[in-house]
Design a protein around this ligand. Structure first.
Ligand code: KG4
Ligand code: ZN
Length: 335
């Protein structure tokens, strides 16, 4: 089954063609980073307009690259929630047009479920059940992946997400957007014990997160140094911040795995590209005899291949198709 997949939930326009949920025939991402860089973050209206300009041409190129003809496609899958509403609407409208014109089933895909599915592409032998940390610009969730289509959130952030914390700290330090990537690089040369940032325990849930105190503490530290005219030790701050965020996520994830008896662990979302996170989990999983599944770096951040993978399972395991009245939603929980 060859699925044309579309992703436009934030600031990347992406189209892919995926065979049977696991084999990527073509995957293209048109990044808008350059358009948002000067603002230090994504400007929603600019993002929607960029999607509108890029999506049809990108679909044409992706189809050509796959070697398929449009008549060969079996279905069209699209991210419909959660995300920036103007951005989502562009992808959903385009997918509906394709579905109508080619008479193809339309499959609506939840953005976070698709991040998890990136693991099916990179790890051909991975099957649910497993436990997964989804960490992106807007979300930090620990989920039980019970089947290809059913997930249960057991921990989530009460305020900011891990990626957002990286991005805001980066902006304050004058580090380029998106901050997580650059902080990860700068951290490699820094002393991770140079600064201590607070890691809170969230009341009433062992696996929930709160990043707002950590974010404020880093920002305050940077402001204090600036006020005193002291050069900001960028690499040390980046290394200390990365260590705090990563150990927080690793602790909650491994604790959840222990308590709920999971021996298969995966990570997903933009922040799953973090080199320390990957290294730390590898070390712990090797020591504990747990299997660790990582998405390839190119499938960590937003892409459409993961939408094609999840779309395949929504269709084949859940029979989940949508009508032409499908809408997009800015917010939607996983379960
Ligand atoms: O999943 P994603 O591409 O988009 C959303 O759905 O939000 O995630 C983007 C987030 C950004 O906050 C970015 O700074 C972060 O992922 N990110 C990283 C790394 N690469 C991207 N954070 C930490 N380390 C990285 N290497
Ligand atoms: Zn995402």
């Amino acid at each position: 089954m060859d699925i044309l997949a579309i992703e436009s939930s934030c600031d990347d326009t992406a189209v892919a063609i995926v065979r049977d949920g696991r084999e990527v025939l073509a995957s293209e991402v048109f990044s808008q980073t350059k358009r948002h860089e000067i603002f230090g973050g994504v400007v929603p209206e600019v993002a929607s307009r960029c999607h509108l300009e890029a999506i049809a041409g990108l679909a044409k190129v992706t189809l050509e690259e796959s070697g398929l003809k449009k008549e060969n496609l079996s279905a069209v899958a699209v991210t419909y929630a959660p995300g920036l509403i103007g951005s989502l609407l562009v992808g959903v409208s385009f997918a509906k047009g394709i579905s109508l014109a080619l008479d193809l089933p339309l499959i609506a895909v939840h953005h976070l479920k698709s991040h998890v599915a990136a693991n099916y592409i990179s790890n051909k032998n991975l099957k649910p059940p497993f436990i997964c940390l989804i960490a992106s610009g807007g979300h930090t969730n620990i989920v039980e992946v019970k089947s290809y289509t059913e997930m249960r959130t057991i921990g989530k952030t009460r305020d900011d997400a891990a990626g957002e914390t990286f991005d805001k700290a980066a902006r304050c330090m004058g580090v380029a957007y998106p901050g997580g990537v650059h902080i990860d690089k700068l951290a490699q040369k820094g002393d991770e014990d140079a600064f201590e940032f607070p890691i809170p325990n969230v009341k009433d849930s062992a696996y929930d997160f709160s990043f707002s105190g950590l974010k404020t503490s880093v920002i305050n530290k940077i402001h204090t140094l600036k006020q005193k005219n002291i050069d900001i030790p960028l690499e040390d701050i980046c290394a200390s911040l990365r260590k705090s965020i990563v150990s927080y996520m690793v602790n909650n994830l491994t604790e959840a795995a222990k308590q709920l008896h999971y021996k298969k662990i995966a990570i997903a979302g933009g922040v799953s590209a973090n080199s320390l996170l990957r290294r730390e989990l590898r070390r712990i999983c090797d020591k504990s005899g747990w299997e660790l599944f990582l998405p390839d770096l190119k499938f960590c951040s937003d892409n459409a291949a993961m939408v094609g993978s999840q779309g395949y399972y929504e269709f084949t395991c859940g029979g989940n198709t949508s009508g032409l009245d499908l809408n997009a939603y800015a917010g939607m929980s996983l379960n």
